[in-house]
Write a protein that binds this ligand. Structure first.
Ligand code: NAD
Ligand code: LMR
Length: 329
């Protein structure tokens, strides 16, 4: 029994993400939760002739049933940005939404692998971690901030410049998921030595602010949904491959509590300074989630400057998320 619950399933990301998950032969039950419209989305998807049973659950009265005993919970619930907003501007609304969903998961699916898409990811992941701690069910190997869209974008943008196949080009992107906290490590990508320093700076900036490109183009109608659904499905399906199909050697950069693998995180901590609890790092996935945190590896002087510029914003975002739970009455 492999139950995957999508929270926010009727939304711009939730619908195409659920469609992509419906195609998996590993999933036996696709549970769709939202505060609106899930009966319709579920009825529609349920006609697709793949293995999973699809159920729709609407409103908080049905949250327990939706989430109970999930293997994987994916959370793209909450409001998206409009032009002129930062991801942090979404905290006011999304922090409470993510907290309530995390409480339900901690109570009814404490062993689930939690994939957090809702922004600001830098803060919403610490929120989920603190909620799980309060319920004494915290396992840092099972809670992930989904930063896969940064990696997908980086492959696309860098391939355009160096003329490689985007689907096979792996570009490590570490750090967080907002502006300067997004840290592409282009010096490790073969082919980028052909680029001038000016081109490296431009493409780094494009990766860091790729989300803004979409927000601007959508002109008030939201942020990335289709590319995020693609990236979110890739991440959730990789978790399922590692956990259910026991496939080894799957590596994704994802935003995790560095306590998930203390030994593996030592190199990362040295690189970033010891006081950041959460960071997106290359992670080898396994049956328990984070199997190993892999080294980020060598970075050049320009990247060192980027890392230094990310630290204080990321730290502030993490503290804001954690204290939202620990200091709430
Ligand atoms: P959307 O408004 O289209 O959909 C959000 C859905 O969440 C809606 O259907 C809404 O009804 C639902 N929702 C609201 N409150 C809820 C609750 N309490 N419980 C369950 N569902 C609830 O927005 P979207 O474009 O799908 O974006 C969703 C979130 O994902 C935003 O916060 C956005 O910033 C974020 N996002 C993250 C990434 C990333 O890379 N991690 C990429 C794109 C978007
Ligand atoms: C993205 O990177 O596209 C998302 O985080 C959505 C946004 O607000 O930019």
């Amino acid at each position: 029994m492999v139950k995957v619950t999508v929270c926010g399933a009727a939304g711009g990301i939730g619908q195409p993400l659920s469609l992509l998950l419906k195609q998996s032969e590993h999933i036996t039950h696709l549970s769709l939760y939202d505060i609106v419209n899930t009966p319709g989305v579920a009825a529609d998807l349920s006609h697709i002739n793949t293995k999973s049973k699809v159920t729709g659950h609407k409103g908080s009265d049905q949250l327990e049933e939706a989430i109970k005993d999930s293997t994987v919970v994916v959370i793209p619930a909450g409001v998206p940005r409009k032009p002129g907003m930062t991801r942090d501007d979404l905290f006011k609304i999304n922090a409470g939404i993510v907290r309530d969903l995390a409480v339900a998961a901690a109570k009814f699916a404490p062993k689930a692998f939690m994939c957090i898409i809702s922004n600001p990811v830098n803060s919403t992941v610490p929120i989920v971690a603190e909620v799980f701690k309060q319920f004494n069910v915290y396992d840092p190997r099972r809670i992930f901030g989904v930063t896969t869209l940064d990696i997908v974008r980086a492959s696309t943008f860098v391939s355009e410049l160096i003329g490689t196949c985007p689907s096979s080009l792996r570009v490590p992107v570490v750090g967080g998921h907002s502006g300067v906290t997004i840290l592409p490590v282009l010096s490790q990508v073969e082919g980028t030595e052909k680029l001038s320093q000016e081109q490296i700076k431009q493409v780094t900036n494009r990766i860091q602010f790729g989300g803004d490109e979409v927000v601007k183009a959508k002109d008030g109608a939201g942020s990335a949904t289709l590319s995020m659904a693609f990236a979110g499905a890739r991440f959730a399906l990789n978790i399922i491959e590692a956990v259910v199909a026991k496939k080894t050697g799957i590596v994704e950069c994802t935003y995790v509590d560095l306590a998930a693998d203390v030994a593996g995180a030592a190199e990362v901590k040295e690189l970033i300074g010891n006081d950041l609890g959460f960071f997106s790092v290359p992670v080898e996935l396994g049956p328990n989630g984070v199997e190993k945190i892999l080294p980020i590896g060598a970075i050049n002087n320009y990247e060192k400057e980027l890392f230094a510029a990310a630290a204080s914003e990321l730290k502030g975002n993490i503290v804001k998320g954690s204290t939202f739970i620990t200091e709430s009455p």
